[in-house]
Design a protein around this ligand. Structure first.
Ligand SMILES: [Zn+2]
Length: 178
């Protein structure tokens, strides 16, 4: 896989991981698997579509939101905090292959399930080599959506839209008055 292609794929995975974190309501397992399965080249792991497994995805989402909050607040501290967990998580969930092509050692990996995508997505946000820009969380306290910066040349956004910006400004003013 060429470097540019690696970065593009990494940004796509980060985009979907953040979409999952931002889902307001998880209603079915298919809804979640549908988001991620576009990265699968072969088989994609699905779990039974019952209430118990919908709950499992809700827990995954809560844990992901916790980790993304940490990254948005302090990426360096997050890297320290999450490294050990992510090392284990990636080791267990992501299958990779190494090969020699065009005179260089290269690697490729498969995204064969939601967990593999989550593990990689978090790592790509933290690893600057993949040129994913700073992740932010919307400054409107009633919103809290994560805002990925998938174009490293662009300025990271602080809010989702004009409505969130107005609410964030009002909140800041209220804090200043206190
Ligand atoms: Zn917002």
């Amino acid at each position: 896989m060429k470097q540019e292609h690696k970065q593009k794929r990494a940004r796509e995975i980060v985009g979907v991981v953040v979409d999952f974190a931002n889902l307001k309501m998880i209603e079915s397992t298919q809804q979640v698997e549908g988001l991620f399965s576009k990265f699968a080249s072969g088989r994609f792991k699905v779990i039974p579509p019952d209430e118990k497994h919908i709950q499992a995805y809700k827990q995954d989402q809560a844990k992901l939101r916790e980790r993304l909050t940490l990254i948005a607040e302090n990426p360096d501290a997050a890297k320290k905090n999450l490294s050990k967990d992510l090392k284990k998580f990636i080791n267990e969930k992501v299958h990779a292959s190494v090969y020699f092509e065009g005179g260089t050692i290269q690697y490729d990996y498969t995204v064969d399930g939601v967990e593999a995508a989550l593990a990689l997505g978090l790592a790509f946000v933290l690893d600057r080599n993949y040129k994913v820009g700073h992740l932010k969380q919307c400054a409107n306290p009633d919103c809290g959506k994560f805002l990925p910066n998938l174009d490293i040349r662009a300025r990271p956004r602080n809010t989702c839209n004009a409505r969130c910006k107005a609410k964030a400004d009002a909140y800041r003013k209220k804090l200043a008055r206190q």
